[in-house]
Write a protein that binds this ligand. Structure first.
Ligand SMILES: NC(=O)c1ccc[n+]([C@@H]2O[C@H](COP(=O)([O-])OP(=O)(O)OC[C@H]3O[C@@H](n4cnc5c(N)ncnc54)[C@H](OP(=O)(O)O)[C@@H]3O)[C@@H](O)[C@H]2O)c1
Length: 294
């Protein structure tokens, strides 16, 4: 298969690259992976998207890891966020249809308002409370309309990796610079090690059931198992990495940010686990594995 991966410089794109280009990749069937970033395929420009696909051979699978992910900045840059998270997804879906390609699209727990109280199922009410969440939801909806079959949407949450700016890397940096840190304790969710999500996506694209032509497009949830607050997560990161920084809990109101954050977005992962026989490791396993690669 010819497999296109967008967002090659992002956490998930780089994690997929790492897997297919290291020893683990030898266990995968021999597919051709093409990784692109905004230099080759700028999702904020319809003409860039058309140009890229017009000048390349067709793909069997498109894995869309690119997104406008700056949650706070999106409140100001609504148009750009909408272009990348919604309109570009519409364009990719139309191209995937024309090319008879499968499309794997990644979405977010921020499509929920966080007031549910129970782990969200794929069928639960969606109600994003910030611009990022709204644009990601618009991307999901347009994809489902254009591709009622042959696509898959994976909602994930609290993604971290060895690459780029993420909560774990920020905590490790600040923890070494400071003696004490205040971290929000009333936002609950499930961390996701990007390598774990990357492995799940690579498993799904070779799954016989997924490869079946005209398979209905569905939404699935994936993160590591368990739910915690950012405060608990920071404490565990410092414990594993043996950083002696004191962590104190604060409320969201004490850490004002431009975008509202949902309070509890933990998601049920039963559907993806059962459909694709995916093992879902606990968040502690994910963070331990991640910190062991440093
Ligand atoms: N990070 C999280 O906590 C989180 C949580 C829930 C869901 N998700 C979803 O998971 C997926 C992967 O996230 P991630 O953490 O890997 O994100 P990331 O590290 O921010 O990577 C996103 C990538 O998208 C690229 N991009 C942005 N605008 C673009 C444009 N106009 N044209 C082409 N590429 C563009 C960025 O390119 P540059 O590197 O050039 O800027 C970046 O490499 C996304 O769909 C995201 O919405 C993430």
């Amino acid at each position: 298969m010819r497999i296109l991966v967008t967002g090659k410089n992002g956490q998930l794109g780089r994690s997929i690259y790492k897997i297919v280009n290291t020893a683990n990749g030898d266990n995968l069937p021999p597919n051709e992976f093409i990784f692109v970033g905004r230099e080759e395929l700028d999702l904020s420009s319809e003409s860039s998207i058309s140009h890229y696909f017009d000048s390349n051979d067709r793909f069997d699978v498109i894995i869309n890891c690119a997104a406008y992910t700056a949650v706070d900045k999106a409140e100001e840059e609504q148009e750009l966020a909408n272009q990348v998270n919604h309109l570009a997804v519409k364009k990719l879906a139309n191209i995937a249809n024309e090319q008879k390609a499968k499309l794997v699209h990644v979405s977010t727990d921020y499509v929920f308002d966080g007031t549910g109280g129970k782990p969200y199922k794929e069928t639960d009410k969606i109600n994003p409370i910030n611009v990022y969440g709204k644009t990601k939801l618009a991307g999901e909806k347009t994809l489902q309309e254009i591709m009622p079959t042959d696509a898959i949407i994976i909602r994930t949450s609290w993604v971290y990796s060895e690459y780029g700016n993420n909560f774990v890397n920020t905590m490790l940096r600040l923890g070494k610079e400071r003696d004490e840190l205040n971290v929000v304790s009333d936002q609950i969710g499930s961390p996701t090690y990007a390598t774990d999500l990357a492995n799940v996506i690579l498993k799904i694209i070779v799954d016989r059931g997924y490869q079946a032509k005209d398979r209905a497009t569905e939404v699935y949830h994936y993160s590591n198992k368990g739910k915690i607050s950012w405060y608990d997560f920071a404490k565990e990161i410092f414990k594993i990495a043996e950083v002696g920084c004191k962590v104190s809990p604060i409320m969201t109101e004490q850490y004002p940010a431009p975008a509202k954050r949902p309070r509890n977005t933990s998601m049920s992962k039963n559907k993806i686990a059962e459909t694709f026989s995916v093992n879902i490791d606990d968040w502690r396993v994910g963070i331990t594995r991640h910190l062991s690669v440093f």
